[in-house]
Design a protein around this ligand. Structure first.
Ligand code: SAM
Length: 288
């Protein structure tokens, strides 16, 4: 559907009752109600292509680099030698792309509930996965991450949960049962990270996740990144491991690993890595 310039269409995201973000749409490229969710992909003059799931912004071409770099390089450079990685969700392929840039990653499994998201993002957001789905190190599983984790016997060094919000199919990925199953599949010295919402808008997500992870791990916390289209200021990314030192490494240590890895990033760097764990008081207060 091409919208004539004279009648530019505006789409509003309805994640919150009393607050919305809107953007001009130049074209609706694809829309389907999959078995799991409502998938829409728009062309927009300001953000490039935008994907919504159940009316919630999942990713945009313009700002995806911030989120995907921070979800991946903070744990993968904090871990001294991340060989085996698990991704839950991440259907647009951005997380997988960034994980595979680490040559010391020998194997990554991605568990995505909705194959349509992978297929349509390969087609409409080719730069997100950028060929990652064809990497021999990658194994793609189409399944509910909750079911996969409950029966998983594999072990991983880093687990990254890049799910939708805790409404709809993503809800099960924010439960104590899921976190407990996840921990059973973490190697010693490993860590989990997870998309955990925008605390200025969804503060209870920080409180709930902190309470649940604190019961399972020696060290549960968050780190932050400002993703413009996850509107409301800092997005929190949940972090948990059994060694608090893993998130207290200094810039020099991280910088040495970045140099060793030998690839460029657009947002992430060693200073940002260290600083991202510094939480504003309004977020600290939610961690009770
Ligand atoms: N970066 C986005 C955010 O912060 O909201 C998430 C992007 S990614 C597209 C979210 C993915 O989680 C989608 O592909 C969705 O299909 C997947 N997902 C939702 N619930 C899931 C579940 N229970 N198991 C596996 N994948 C799930």
């Amino acid at each position: 559907m091409t919208v004539p310039n004279s009648e530019k269409k505006v789409v509003s995201e309805r994640l919150y009752d009393n607050y919305a973000q809107s953007f001009t749409v130049s074209d609706l490229l694809f829309e389907v109600k999959t078995e799991h969710q409502h998938l829409e992909i728009f062309e927009t003059p300001f953000l490039g292509r935008v994907m919504l799931l159940d009316g919630v912004v999942q990713t945009t071409e313009k700002d995806e680099f911030i989120y995907h770099e921070m979800m991946v390089h903070v744990p993968l450079f904090a871990h001294p030698n991340p060989n085996r990685v698990l991704i839950i969700g991440g259907g647009d392929g951005g997380i997988l792309r960034e994980v595979l840039r680490h040559q010391n990653v020998e194997h990554v499994t991605q568990v995505e509930i909705d194959g349509s998201v992978i297929d349509m993002c390969k087609k409409y957001f080719p730069k997100h996965s950028n060929g990652a789905y064809d990497d021999p190190r990658a194994t793609i599983v189409i399944a509910d991450g909750k079911d996969f984790m409950a029966s998983c016997t594999d072990m991983f060094d880093v687990i990254i949960s890049d799910s939708t919000d805790p409404i709809g199919p993503g809800e099960v990925l924010f439960t104590s049962d899921f976190y407990a199953d996840e921990k059973k599949c973490l190697n010693p010295g490993g860590m989990m990270v997870a998309q955990n919402g925008v605390p200025f808008m969804q503060g209870d997500e920080v409180t709930n996740t902190y309470q649940r992870l604190s019961k399972l791990y020696q060290d549960a916390s968050f780190y932050v990144a400002p993703v413009p289209t996850y509107t409301g200021g800092f997005m929190t990314l949940a972090w948990a491991s059994d060694d608090a030192l893993l998130r207290q490494q200094d810039t020099a240590t991280i910088e040495a690993r970045i140099q060793q890895a030998g690839f460029e990033t657009r947002y992430y760097n060693a200073d940002i890595h260290v600083a991202s764990f510094a939480l504003p008081n309004y977020i600290r207060k939610l961690m009770q």
